[in-house]
Design a protein around this ligand. Structure first.
Ligand SMILES: *Cc1c(COP(=O)(O)O)cnc(C)c1O
Length: 395
């Protein structure tokens, strides 16, 4: 059996970096050197300066490339650094069609930075293929997908989008942060570049900020390498090591969190105080079948909607187990408030059009016993209900 015959979870541990060839160390050595001695004036060694290449970062880049089924991976100092650097493949005068419920930081980058550099954009609901078709212009060079989307978990048909992009000689980027290659492999579905905030599920312990990009084409790999080295937003070696360590448990973490997420979604769906539950693992989700056809699971992030901001405040004041924070994909359950957190950069009107109301809560399910979370939520919902009864009596 060769490495490529191993299943995904085995490859997380037994890949080309399972041990260090020099010492046998069963953990990738952290190489701090910023520069490397050259033994020959005429031919330099593999490494010269650490922005260009560094063995610790390279190990992470090779492993993520292999896990995503690409030819080359790139590690950046944050997810936004990976995304921004990939956008630099575009030039002034180019146009991008981008999913309307894209990550808030990406929205800000496109609307407030790239726009100044002459890169045009159109936001569309990517679940509507016709809208995407209509948005394509002669200068469209990129279709930008995030699926499932944040925070309303809408699912975009990756195969259909990449097909459309190819017909128009455009590239497709997919932000795969929510599912990771454990559940979804965009390159195999036709995408050109996969992007990650490795801050989330890939590292998994809420202790590092990192970004990754993977491409499947050698020519594109050369262009992206040139940009990584030119722009210089590379990942530091300590952080690269933390991502490498997190990756080893990616599969078990996601599998457990996903199981709990489904249980919570079903509980929330049946609760009278919850107006809406957004989770592609529920059969009631409009793209349930599509999600099953392009991914190995719905992931561990879901959102639900309470009646309004007041209900949300009461819920937040009484719920005990989840961390209330931005971010997702950690071992601990993270509750976040998109209107004030991930989508604070988005104008209110734009936000509400996308279903990101003041009562919307996003939940990234961690490794706690799901029954503890359900009990905790139940007691907090009880407080919300009591408050609403008091208000009604007051009227
Ligand atoms: C967090 C996140 C990003 C940005 O990544 P950083 O590591 O915070 O820079 C991009 N896309 C998605 C979907 C995210 O959740």
């Amino acid at each position: 059996m060769t490495i490529d015959e191993y299943s995904f979870e085995t490859r997380l541990l037994h890949n080309q970096h399972k041990w260090d060839p020099a010492t046998g160390a069963v953990s990738v050595p952290i190489q701090h050197a910023s520069t490397f001695h050259q033994f020959d004036v005429d031919t330099f060694g593999k490494y010269d300066y650490a922005r260009s290449s560094n063995p610790t970062r390279e190990a992470l880049e090779e492993i993520i490339a292999e896990l995503e089924g690409g030819v080359k991976g790139f590690a950046f100092s944050s997810g936004m650094a990976a995304i921004s650097t990939a956008f630099l493949l575009l030039s002034a005068g180019d146009h991008v069609v981008i999913t309307e419920d894209v990550y808030g930081g990406t929205y800000r980058m496109v609307t407030e930075v790239l726009s100044r550099l002459g890169i045009e954009y159109t936001f569309v609901d990517m679940t509507e293929l016709n809208e995407v078709k209509q948005a394509i212009q002669p200068n469209t060079k990129l279709l930008y997908v995030e699926t499932p989307s944040n925070p309303t978990l809408k699912v975009t048909d990756i195969r259909a989008i990449t097909q459309l992009a190819k017909e128009h000689n455009a590239l497709t980027f997919v932000d795969n942060t929510f599912l990771s290659p454990a559940l979804q492999k965009p390159l195999e579905l036709g995408a050109d570049v996969v992007l990650h905030s490795a801050t989330k599920f890939l590292s998994g312990h809420s202790d590092v900020v990192a970004g990754l990009a993977v491409v499947k084409d050698e020519a594109l790999a050369k262009r992206l390498y040139f940009l990584q080295n030119s722009f210089g937003a590379i990942l530091g070696v300590q952080d690269a090591w933390l991502v490498l360590r997190g990756l080893k448990t990616l599969h078990v973490r996601l599998e457990q969190s996903q199981k709990s997420a489904l249980k919570l979604a079903q509980f929330l769906e049946s609760h009278p105080l919850v107006k809406n539950v957004y989770y592609p693992g529920l059969e009631t989700h409009p793209q349930y079948a599509l999600q099953q056809s392009q991914a190995n699971g719905p992931g561990a992030v879901l959102s639900f909607e309470l009646s309004d901001a007041a209900a949300l405040k009461t819920f937040h004041a009484h719920v005990k187990i989840p961390v209330f924070a931005v971010s997702l994909g950690g071992v601990e359950t993270i509750l976040s408030y998109p209107a004030k957190m991930s989508h604070a950069a988005m104008p209110r009107e734009e936000r509400e059009k996308r279903g990101i109301t003041d009562g919307l809560v996003r939940l990234s399910v961690g490794l706690e016993n799901p029954d503890d979370l359900i009990k905790d939520f139940n007691q907090a919902f009880e407080k919300v209900r009591n408050n609403e009864l008091v208000l009604q009596r007051g009227e």
